[in-house]
Design a binder for this molecule. Structure first.
Ligand code: UD1
Ligand code: CA
Length: 455
């Protein structure tokens, strides 16, 4: 069913105590508004309208990827007034879905159920029962259980305040009816605002049945007003992600200590230790093991590979049966072929490490191409940058580079070449043989250590 969506995002969010508009605050990988937008987009609406407040242009300028009709609500005169700003863009025969930019975790299937309540003589209202309903609009029903109106907390009587079923704010209704009711709204109430909720009473008087849908849980309809609520929703969201992973067969040593800020796809029997952060698009093959405190961003890790503790891997591809870390950093463009090893305190950037090659200790490999079976000794550095430009280092299959060598790029090292430890290699090295650039070692036999001068 097609719908036209209105997202209310004009709130100032003063309780966030932030210079950033509330809907731009992040939950997992996206701003609050982007979460709502993504869910709404999944419904394939004919149009998506976002109502922003005075000074809220920054929202529009920040979220330039959103395909939306941005509408300014110059003054915040209430939720009914906010929706009214979008009416010129709504057709009579369309179903309108009203959402909130600061209620990020509402689910697509809940919204579909809500839209399913809309017909010529009925509308949909999303409600929830809360143990503590204070502050919310209450759903007033008649003796037959039919919704008759919503009363805002501040306007409610003692008895009405006992009602536990509350308005989430989200509703779905035909465009024609919405226009009619909003045109008749007044602001004679405790807050002097144009309440969207007053349309419920009007609907009932006009013979339109208000059909409610109950949200699955309170997190789904909970709004963010301060950073405590934001953090609580973040935890809930992460728990859901962790549950999904475990149901799909991933082992998490502690589901409370993983953060998915992107998309994680896993093969079979993947094990993930604590404090792992996933960002962007990450794919882990079968039997991959991720150690504690690892950050993985936009990367592919092949079958059977182990990433040891404290690695940071970004925009990199690691083949099958590799060993990485602990304390390794794979930067953008790092490609490790199958069975290669990158050990502790090694940084690899924009380089290919060939099959079975090893860079095990304290090295920097930048803008380099290593063949198969290469061994890079501890402390070896590719000097890829001359202060102005980056240059390439090419190392042939089975080359052995002794510890603490500097490879001054551009430079090429032939297959099977051996480079003596401590060499500074600034010219191409032929295949095979030993190449070293080291000043000869000498000993001064009669040399005396200096002694302290007496005062
Ligand atoms: C509203 C509902 C209440 C419901 C509660 C759920 C009304 C009158 N009341 O109350 O029944 O239980 O939400 O959280 O609708 N907004 C604008 N422009 C405005 C006013 C508000 O865009 O002029 C936006 C806010 O940014 C916010 C949302 O509408 O995202 C709700 O506004 P808020 O003032 O928080 O309404 P509540 O008083 O909480
Ligand atoms: Ca609110």
């Amino acid at each position: 069913m097609t719908c036209n969506v209105i997202i209310l995002a004009a709130g100032q969010g003063t309780r966030m105590r932030s210079t950033l508009p509330k809907v731009l605050h992040q939950l997992a990988d996206k701003s609050l508004l982007e979460h709502v937008y993504a869910t709404a987009s999944a419904l394939e609406p004919v149009q998506l309208n976002i109502v922003y407040g005075h000074g809220g242009e920054i929202v529009q300028h920040t979220l330039t990827d959103l395909v939306a009709n941005w509408i300014e609500q110059p003054e915040q005169l209430g939720t009914g007034h906010a929706v009214a700003q979008a009416l010129p863009f709504i057709k009579d025969d369309e179903t309108v879905l009203i959402l909130y930019g600061d209620v990020p975790l509402v689910r697509k299937d809940t919204l579909q159920a809500l839209l399913g309540q809309v017909a010529a003589t009925s509308m949909g209202l999303l409600t929830i029962e809360l143990v503590d309903p204070a502050g919310y609009g209450r759903i007033v029903r008649d003796s037959l259980g039919k919704v008759v109106r919503i009363v805002e907390h501040k306007d409610a009587s003692e008895d009405e305040r006992l009602i536990k079923e509350v308005n989430t704010g989200m509703l779905a209704v035909r465009g024609k009816q919405l226009k009619n009711w909003l045109g008749r709204l007044g602001n004679d109430n405790a807050q002097g605002e144009y309440y969207l909720t007053d349309i419920i009473g009007m609907a009932v008087s006009d013979g339109i049945e208000v059909r409610t849908v109950q949200a699955n849980n309170s997190y789904e309809v909970e709004g963010v007003n301060d950073r405590l609520q934001l953090a609580r929703l973040e935890r809930y969201y992460q728990m859901m992600k962790a549950d999904d992973l475990m149901r799909a067969g991933v082992s998490l040593r502690d589901p409370a200590r993983i953060d998915i800020r992107g998309e994680l796809e896993c093969g079979q029997d993947v094990q993930i230790d604590i404090n792992v952060i996933i960002e962007g698009q990450v794919r882990l093959g079968d039997k991959v093991k991720i150690g504690p405190n690892v950050v993985l961003k936009d990367c592919l890790i092949g079958d059977g590979t182990h990433i040891e503790a404290n690695c940071v891997i970004e925009e990199a591809e690691v083949g099958a049966h590799c060993a990485v870390g602990p304390f390794a950093r794979l930067r953008p463009g790092a490609r490790l072929a199958d069975r290669s090893r990158v050990g502790n305190f090694v940084e690899v950037k924009n380089s290919t490490i060939g099959e079975g090659s090893k860079v095990n200790h304290l090295s920097y490999i930048g803008d380099a191409t290593l063949g198969k079976g290469v061994n890079i000794g501890a402390g070896t550095i590719t000097c890829n940058y001359d202060g102005a430009n980056k240059h390439q280092t090419v190392i042939g299959d089975n080359a052995f580079v002794g510890s603490c060598s500097q490879l001054v790029a551009p430079v090429e090292i032939g297959k099977n070449a051996t480079i003596g430890a401590g060499s500074t290699i600034s010219k191409d090295v032929p295949a095979d043989g030993l190449t070293l650039s080291r000043s000869p070692q000498k000993t001064l036999k009669n040399w005396q250590r200096p002694t302290k001068t007496k005062e």
